[in-house]
Design a protein around this ligand. Structure first.
Ligand SMILES: [Fe+2]
Length: 207
């Protein structure tokens, strides 16, 4: 909760409009990747504090694939879904940024399907000097037995795996998965000029 509050404060400093209540657009819309992936997230994260509490681990599941492409957006042109921008920092428990950390994402599409033959909705980004990372994607749909979630792995610059976890989407609060690891629930703090729901999340990992 603390993280979400200061993240919201950072958003508010950047744009008053972002502090207004969020009305999510209809899901199923066709979206186009935004072109300004560097903002506003990277600027916002500069003001974010750090709790020092390690991000919960979560199961990898059966659908991870190595070799995902590096990119700032997982959205392909015309892809249906609610666009979201996940951003934050990768830091260790002393709150020191891990520049060069690799943050690898994989998820289902807006109908709850994984691409297990290619890299649709799979990709990784690299944290910059202050540990900031940004990834644009769509809100995944749940599939039988699972609340809506996005899988994540975080790797050190030397390739060591630091964390395997999952992020849970708004609306999954009542699920057993979120009750077991409430820090993995993301919250939308606003909507940017590209119609993307803003979802701040810091990864706090062991050194
Ligand atoms: Fe999954």
């Amino acid at each position: 909760m603390k993280r979400q509050l200061w993240a919201l404060a950072a958003v508010c400093m950047m744009a008053t409009a972002a502090c207004m209540p969020v009305t999510a657009p209809e899901t199923g819309q066709s979206v186009t990747p935004a072109t300004d992936h560097a903002t506003p997230a990277n600027e916002q994260t500069a003001a974010i504090a750090c709790s020092g509490e390690l991000t919960s681990r979560n199961q990898e599941g059966p659908y991870y694939m190595t070799g995902s492409p590096q990119r700032d957006s997982l959205i392909d042109p015309g892809m249906p879904g609610l666009p979201i921008l996940i951003f934050g920092r990768v830091v260790n428990q002393d709150c020191a940024p891990i520049a060069g950390a690799k943050v690898d994402f994989w998820q289902t599409d807006a109908e709850g399907r994984y691409d297990n033959s290619g890299y649709t909705l799979r990709g990784h980004t690299i944290a910059v000097e202050d540990g900031a990372y940004t990834i644009e994607t769509i809100e995944p749909a749940p599939y039988p037995g699972r609340p809506a979630h996005i899988h994540v792995k975080v790797f050190a610059p030397d390739g060591r795996e630091l964390l395997t976890t999952q992020l849970y989407l708004p609306g999954t609060e009542g699920s057993a998965d979120v009750r077991a690891a409430p820090d993995l629930l993301i919250a939308y703090t606003g909507q940017d000029e590209n119609g993307r729901q803003l979802a701040p999340f810091d990864f706090i990992v062991r050194r």
